[in-house]
Ligand binder design. Structure first.
Ligand code: F6R
Length: 606
């Protein structure tokens, strides 16, 4: 969601700004723009649309400046038009922004009374006018930014350049992340280190409230109080090639990378010889913890929901699961010393970050499960556990979800052991189950040809229901989310036992009902629900194993057979056909499935 880059270069920067913005495309955007300083002119090129449209514009009207900023915008205030695209500017300053200025209406009113003329509907334009009005009063660029920042409410990662100041760029990170890169005689700003990877691996992350004054020679960082502060530089390993290998879409590649990604994530968490889990030292003991809260958004919250079943069963631990946007505002009473787990692929989701800060303020121990190790959530949590999914480019989470589940499974075993709810032999058996998961996911991927056929059969459905019991219920939620977000088909998931309390009214011969039913202790109950669906002529898509398929003994539209496996960790395997189903339905529909409409990979605003 919104990407920012900036370069104080030793050669024209437009082409490299585009290159860096391309590396942020995965975050999602719908308009883009650049601004560079050319002698005593401030020039902008902006488009409502994609970076390729911006490149076309630049071929017709090139930019030659050595200092510049660029932006990909995910529309919040105002449509994705050229007028609303960033950078926004006055005669003297241009600004690129990620976040939401909450008091922009009030500020805009004041600025308009002072004579400012606004040309967009965005909240960001107030920043340009605020800074511009300070410059007009004779403030230096640094003072103008300092004063303006103090007036902004909300979230703002900012990059600013100033007409007539060719060796100056200012960045700020107020509630949204910003990284500074240092190169040979050049300086850079970026929403993350990935954007800057082609230019430098020397990265400094601003802390919340920091702002920084960059020249080609040095960077001075100030904290929110205006005190000069030192922030450590790190050597980033964010460099990666963004390609689809031989796959048609990033999503297909990422779904198929799962056996390897999940295995890679598991490897540092188990001692295979001793068949036990290895957890990093944490500042609490699970046996002293009375309650765990697990918080995330979207798929990450569903990973947490699955873990609730595991933690309750394996560790007999009370667990509450919440979506971050509710948790942060509900402000539930929490007990000091308990644990909150935050699940996030990007590590930048605004609501999850705010929830983390709330939990910290209440004296909870905070554990994050993140895929981007340098992310704000990883940095701000007490213990960060890393999924090793590798970069996930497609907006829909797939391999990162599988890897989150793997870490959560290890945590559940670790907690069960610490609380003496699992014996040594229980642990050994569970670890052996986990070690089988990469192979089982690979076996689950083999059902793809059947799923491809099935996708053609259900592509015109008006809606699809997903049912599951126990840990298969959140798997159903996740499957329905995937279908909605990339194939744009309304899909709802229910705990199978809820069917007769309402959703059964939806079922007729036109409605596909995906039933997730591994042959476990819930199987019989789920199959009773399947009979209820069959009695109303619903089109059953049963996902089960060979034993389940044999026992179900009912006509289905399709029975997708998963490999045989022991009970506890079926969600990691049973989610795979649901990912494939959503993918192939989207392919048949021809949606832009790696970048579904209206969605962003990294949701850095609430
Ligand atoms: C769904 C999806 C989203 C994310 C959610 C949280 O496929 O990708 O629902 O799971 O936006 O994002 P992270 O995990 O980055 O906090």
């Amino acid at each position: 969601m919104c990407g920012i880059v900036g370069i104080l270069g030793t050669a024209p920067v437009a082409e490299r700004l585009i290159e860096a913005l391309k590396r942020l495309e995965y975050r999602g955007y719908d308009s883009a723009g650049l601004a560079t300083l050319e002698g005593d002119r401030l020039e902008r090129r902006r488009v409502g649309g994609r970076l390729k449209d911006l490149e076309r514009r630049l071929r017709d009207a090139p930019l030659f400046g050595y200092t510049g900023i660029g932006h990909t915008r995910w529309a919040t205030h105002g449509k994705p038009t050229e007028a609303n695209a960033h950078p926004h500017a006055t005669d003297h300053v241009a600004v690129a922004h990620n976040g939401i200025i909450e008091n922009f209406g009030e500020l805009r009113g004041e600025l308009e009374q002072q004579g400012a003329r606004f040309t967009s509907e965005t909240d960001t334009e107030v920043v340009a006018h605020l800074v511009g009005s300070c410059l007009a009063k004779g403030y230096s660029p640094q003072d103008a930014v300092r004063v303006s920042l103090s007036k902004l409410r909300g979230t703002a990662a900012l990059a600013l350049v100033f007409k007539g100041h060719n060796n100056l760029m200012i960045g700020a990170a107020k509630g949204a992340p910003l990284a500074i890169g240092a190169g040979a005689g050049e300086m850079y700003l970026g929403s993350d280190a990935v954007a800057l990877a082609p230019f430098t691996d020397n990265i400094t992350y601003l802390e919340d409230g920091d702002w920084a004054v960059l020249t080609r020679e040095k960077t001075v960082i100030y904290d929110a109080k205006g005190t000069v502060v030192y922030r450590n530089a790190i050597k980033s390993v964010a460099s990666f090639r963004v390609d689809k290998s031989n796959y048609r879409h990033f999503m297909a590649k990422e779904v198929h990378e799962q056996p390897e990604a999940v295995g890679r994530t598991l490897a540092p968490c188990v001692d295979t010889a001793a068949a036990c889990v290895i957890l990093p030292k944490m500042p609490f003991d699970f046996s002293d913890v009375s309650h765990i809260s697990i918080i995330g958004c979207g798929s990450s919250s569903y990973a947490g929901y699955i873990a609730k079943y595991w933690l309750e069963r394996l560790a007999r631990m009370p667990v509450e699961i919440d979506v971050a946007s509710e948790f942060r505002y509900r402000q539930p009473p929490l007990r000091k010393g308990d644990v909150a787990i935050f699940v996030s692929q990007s590590g930048e989701t605004a609501d999850t970050l705010a929830a983390l800060r709330y939990a910290k303020s209440q004296g909870l121990h905070t554990v994050s499960i993140v895929n981007v190790p340098t992310s704000t959530i990883a940095r701000e949590s007490e213990t960060a556990l890393h999924t090793l999914a590798g970069p996930e480019i497609s907006v829909a989470s797939t391999k990162s979800f599988g890897c989150q589940l793997m870490i959560l499974a290890v945590l559940a075993i670790g907690a069960g052991k610490a609380r003496r709810k699992l014996s040594e032999s229980d642990e050994t058996a569970l670890v052996h189950e986990l070690l089988q998961i990469p192979r089982l996911i690979a076996a689950a991927l083999a059902v793809e040809p059947r799923i491809e056929e099935l996708a053609r059969e259900i592509v015109h459905s008006r809606n699809v229901l997903y049912l599951g019991r126990g840990a298969s219920y959140p798997v159903a939620l996740e499957g329905a989310l995937k279908l909605k977000e990339i194939a744009y088909i309304p899909a709802e998931a229910y705990a199978a036992g809820e069917l007769k309390h309402g959703p059964i009214a939806l079922i007729d011969e036109s409605v596909p009902v995906v039933i997730i039913a591994p042959y476990d202790r819930n199987f019989e109950k789920t199959i009773s629900n399947m009979h209820e669906v069959a009695a109303r002529a619903g089109k059953i898509i049963l996902i089960t194993d060979a034993k389940g398929a044999a026992e179900a003994n009912l006509k289905s539209l399709a029975t997708i057979v998963m490999p045989e496996m022991d009970g506890a960790f079926t969600p990691m395997v049973y989610d795979v056909p649901l990912q494939l189903l959503a993918y192939h339905v989207a392919v048949v529909k021809g949606t832009d499935l790696d970048r579904p409409r209206n969605l962003a990979k990294s949701v850095t605003v609430e």
